[in-house]
Design a protein around this ligand. Sequence first.
Ligand code: DAT
Ligand code: MG
Length: 136
Amino acid sequence: MSERTLVLVKPDGVKRGLVGEVVSRIERKGLTLAALELRTVERSVAEEHYAEHKERPFFGDLLEFITSGPVVAIAVEGERAIAAFRQLAGGTDPVEKATPGTLRGDFATEVQYNLVHGSDSAESAERELKLWFPNN
Ligand code: DAT
Ligand code: MG
């Protein structure tokens, strides 16, 4: 079933010049870009985006990081897009859980700086796309 998911290239990925790499892998997988924007995140948007983690000890650092520089927000569309992008991203911990061949497995070493975000379910995707692309 065709669906949409929210992908973010986080500030580490933008700073390191890996936007093209992320976009290229999305396209080669057979997914398409429905919207794409470079933007600096307001704290309020970041808090809402990561609301599920607000009780976690790393929440403050997470907000600090995601608002520390521009991110690229992408609405990605295609068959099974949500799970397909999570597969491209690899597990949350870039060394313990992300295998080589995935974005995190190939380009990151630290959980905190793991390059990309991808919505984890249909419910999250809907909520996050409304938050990041309210006019689409
Ligand atoms: P994912 O981004 O794979 O969906 P998540 O939703 O569990 O992972 O966590 C959101 C982000 O929070 C994650 O990409 C990086 C950060 N994070 C998660 N666990 C962490 C930890 N133990 N220490 C520091 N940052 C963490
Ligand atoms: Mg998540």
